[in-house]
Write a protein of this length. Structure first.
Length: 210
């Protein structure tokens, strides 16, 4: 999406692009103005809802970035509408680095990765952290699918821009549920063969005893 390029392609980035020979191609994404936030489509919404984790990056007062992983059951990141994501933030190691960084700068970068299907989605947004007790309606809306544990805060992210990243160099990896689903037909076939084998052995034993 062009909005993502307008935010990510800083002067230094453009300089490197030209040095490496990709300046003209990358520049096509800057050909049209992109002054407004980009709404998510049904494709992005379905992709986000189907994942069990993502990475979120913030920046603190020192200027150093911080990346944190957030995981939960598929759907724990709720797509409230085409502009808004939300999830229930549960108690962790109590360092609160991400939450602290957001007090100084609400800009975040999110990285959604589906290794099984070799797909990844990058997203820029503005995040807000809300005490769970102060937003009971939102807490109720997020409760059907969330990470287990004590919910401390609710995090909403207003989408600014997103971009589908190149699928190359993504090593395919599969979660236990994904492997279970893929192996289910083989396990069923193995169970039937074992049952047939046991029946044949019983018949053979019967013939030997006759």
């Amino acid at each position: 999406m062009s909005r993502y390029a307008h935010l990510a392609y800083t002067p230094n980035v453009r300089e490197v692009q030209h040095e490496m020979g990709s300046g003209a191609v990358a520049g096509r994404r800057l050909a049209h103005p992109a002054d407004h936030a980009e709404p998510l489509t049904a494709v992005e919404a379905a992709f986000i809802r189907g994942l069990d984790g993502f990475l979120i990056a913030t920046v603190g007062e020192t200027g150093w970035p911080y990346i944190q992983f957030r995981g939960g059951p598929p759907g724990f990141v709720h797509v409230l509408d085409e502009w808004t994501l939300a999830y229930a933030d549960v108690r962790g190691n109590r360092q609160y680095i991400t939450m602290g960084n957001l007090r100084g700068d609400d800009r975040v970068a999110l990285f959604f990765l589906d290794q099984a299907r070799q797909s990844r989605l990058k997203l820029y947004g503005h995040a807000e952290s809300i005490p769970a007790a102060e937003a009971p309606e939102l807490a109720e809306r997020l409760s059907p699918s969330r990470t287990g544990g004590r919910v401390e805060r609710l995090v909403t992210i207003r989408v600014e821009a997103f971009d589908w990243n190149c699928h190359r160099h993504i090593t395919p990896r599969f979660s236990e549920p994904e492997l279970a689903e893929a192996l289910a037909p083989l396990r069923d076939r193995l169970a039937r063969l074992e049952k047939e084998n046991a029946a044949l052995r019983a018949q053979l034993d019967g013939l030997r005893g006759a």
